[in-house]
Write a protein that binds this ligand. Structure first.
Ligand code: CU
Length: 352
């Protein structure tokens, strides 16, 4: 299982430093459509990076957060390049989850973010990812994950806030079903934080938009609410084995998102870290490659069959490889077929 971690609105994105990755100066590793991808960018697990590489990545994220964005005329909340991506995700939130293109959309989204790190913040290399199965064995281990390290990571938990039942810090106050879904976990009595974070490189970061689906400017502190019990339930090795045992893409993506809006590694990624807001995506591997690269399935409409979250008959079609995904002003329209191969089309990256 290859994991990449993208924590969009209020958290931080794991991406990478490339100091240790020798790349041709001419950028030949970048695949253009039709060009062979012979020297892919390597996305590495956070703890596989040197401390210099970790710092280099954190610096690049801070650069994204302090460089003017490109979509401020469309979204009043956009103040930075980082906000461009928050706004893009917010604007698409109710279209891109519990659909057949959940994973390819987020794959493209993360790749666009990786490209902006390079072009906007002089950063080369791949976004790091978080293999949370290494941390989800025990509560102590999860709370002590290197990802939360205040010096060599993204900083730790928010201050503890008692859940009074109306505390918005403990509830992802979204109007969508997704928000309600995550709130189930965020109300868990084993939640340990919920308040503004107070350490690490993003302690004073002001989140520009949200909570929920608003793209209006609403600066507020960055909140985390680490929930190790929730993490252990869906982010451990046992669930990973189950994910990889799925027979095809459709079964796999349903399990990633939660087939009946129950817990899943997707919701656990939100609920075990974010509290009020957070986002995680995954690149998965199932069958042999030839079968996998053309295997897609699921509805084009959020919460349509088999989820039927709002009833049994929303109008929908099943997606095919020709389905066009909306990556907004940053990425435009992309066919699912363009997102099936991390070393084909515009993509040229791999994981280790
Ligand atoms: Cu998402």
């Amino acid at each position: 299982m290859l994991w990449d971690s993208l924590l969009i609105p209020a958290l931080v994105v794991l991406g990478s430093a490339s100091d240790g990755l020798a790349r041709p100066a001419d950028g030949a590793h970048q695949s253009r459509a039709g060009a062979a991808c012979t020297d892919p960018v390597v996305r590495k697990e956070w703890r596989a990076l040197s401390s210099e590489q970790q710092s280099s990545y954190i610096d690049a994220v801070k650069c994204m957060q302090s460089t003017p964005g490109k979509t401020a005329e469309i979204y009043s909340g956009v103040k930075s390049l980082y906000d461009d991506f928050q706004a893009l995700h917010i604007s698409q939130t109710d279209n891109i989850h519990w659909v057949g293109f959940f994973l390819p959309w987020h794959r493209y989204f993360l790749w666009l973010y990786e490209q902006e790190l390079k072009t906007g913040c002089k950063y080369a290399g791949g976004v790091p990812y978080w293999n949370w199965t290494l941390d989800a064995d025990t509560n102590a281990k999860f709370l002590g994950s290197p990802v939360f390290d205040p010096v060599h990571g993204f900083g730790g938990n928010g201050k503890y806030v008692r859940d009074t039942g109306s505390n918005t810090n403990r509830r992802l106050s979204s109007s969508s079903g997704l928000g309600q879904h995550i709130a189930m976990a965020a109300d868990d009595p084993s939640a340990t934080g919920g308040g503004c974070i107070s350490d690490g490189p993003f302690a004073n970061y002001q989140v520009s938009m949200g909570p929920g689906n608003s793209t209006k400017y609403n600066p507020h502190c960055l909140v985390r609410d680490v929930n190790p019990s929730f993490a252990r339930s869906m982010l451990g090795r046992a669930e990973n084995v189950q994910l990889l045992a799925q027979p095809d893409f459709w079964h796999f993506t349903r399990r990633v998102e939660g087939a009946t809006l129950g817990n899943s590694c997707h919701s656990a990624g939100h609920g075990a870290v974010g509290g009020r807001a957070g986002e995680l995506t995954h690149d998965g591997g199932l069958k042999d490659w030839d079968a996998r690269r053309s295997d897609i399935g699921g509805p084009d409409t959020q919460f349509a069959y088999p989820y039927n979250y709002f009833g049994t008959s929303p109008a929908y079609k099943n997606v095919t490889l020709d389905f066009e995904m909306n990556l907004g002003q940053i990425g435009g329209m992309k066919k699912i077929s363009q997102a099936m191969d991390t070393m084909g089309g515009e993509f040229c990256y791999t994981y280790e």
